[in-house]
Design a protein around this ligand. Structure first.
Ligand code: ADP
Ligand code: MG
Ligand code: MG
Length: 239
């Protein structure tokens, strides 16, 4: 089942045309890896999906329905949650306080839901710990809990492992596999090609404002992806 579809997205900042007809699809329980050079527009595309930046042209469909994604609250309502590269927690608040902040629901109901969620995931996380005492990996887990408690169906993970240790990355990937089994779709931005083969089911390359390569991960080798990422002028320079 299709969770999300970005169709021919265009976006310029002044005369800098960043996205020039980028299209992308995400299905239930699928992890799509998005790779591309620095400044390719990966984060911009995700911010458009999250309603942070308005698009110039193009369409966004959520579960088949066209959505005018004109603010982050619309995106949240549609079940989209962006886990930021740098977690934004209140250091003097507990894990639980950080997760439930911003909800209008009854605190006891929320607290129950949160405990149920953690039990389901089998996480060993103390809700009463102060955020200031958490590792970055743990802070990222808190961000993910925020998204899941909001019943996000689509998680956007923007380079989530860049600050994690090897062990933390392995447990992060296990969590992603659990979420995948629950049907959650993930857009996974990374600079590390090995991660594409470890976690993703589908891979796309964003280049020159468009998706130039797209397909099941099994159809690619690392060399093919490296070649797809190489700028044209580098190829020409060699000949
Ligand atoms: P990536 O995440 O692929 O590294 P970004 O989406 O962050 O790339 O950036 C793509 C391009 O868009 C860059 O040239 C960047 O300078 C530009 N850009 C991103 N956000 C803004 C903004 N708010 N204002 C102006 N230019 C921006
Ligand atoms: Mg970048
Ligand atoms: Mg980025």
């Amino acid at each position: 089942k299709s969770l999300m579809k970005l169709h021919e997205i265009y976006k310029s900042f002044g005369d800098n045309a960043v996205l020039k007809g980028a299209s992308l699809e995400l299905s239930e329980g699928e992890i799509v890896a998005i790779i591309g050079g620095n400044g390719a527009g990966k984060s911009t595309l995700m911010k458009i999906l999250m309603g942070i930046y308005p698009l110039d042209r193009g369409e966004i469909f959520i579960e088949g329905e066209k959505v005018n994604m004109n603010s982050p609250s619309v995106a949240l309502e549609k079940g989209i949650y962006l886990v930021p590269q740098e977690p934004l927690l209140f250091p003097n608040m507990t894990v639980e306080e950080n997760v439930v902040i911003g909800f209008n629901e009854n605190k006891n109901v929320l607290s129950g839901k949160l405990r149920e969620l953690i039990k389901q995931l089998g996480w060993d996380i103390s809700l009463s710990r102060k955020a200031a005492t958490l590792s970055i990996a743990e802070q990222q887990l808190v961000e993910i809990l925020r998204g899941l408690l909001r019943e996000a169906k689509i998680l956007i993970l923007d380079e989530p492992t860049s600050t994690l240790t090897f062990n933390e990355i392995q447990s992060f990937f296990e969590l992603m596999m659990d979420l995948k089994k629950k049907g959650i779709g993930m857009l996974y931005i990374t600079h590390r090609l090995t991660e594409v083969f470890e976690v993703a089911s589908h891979v796309v390359i964003l280049r020159d404002g468009e998706i130039t390569v797209s397909g099941p991960v099994a159809n690619f080798t690392k060399e093919m992806l490296i070649k797809g990422l190489m700028p044209d002028n580098m190829v020409h320079a060699k000949t």
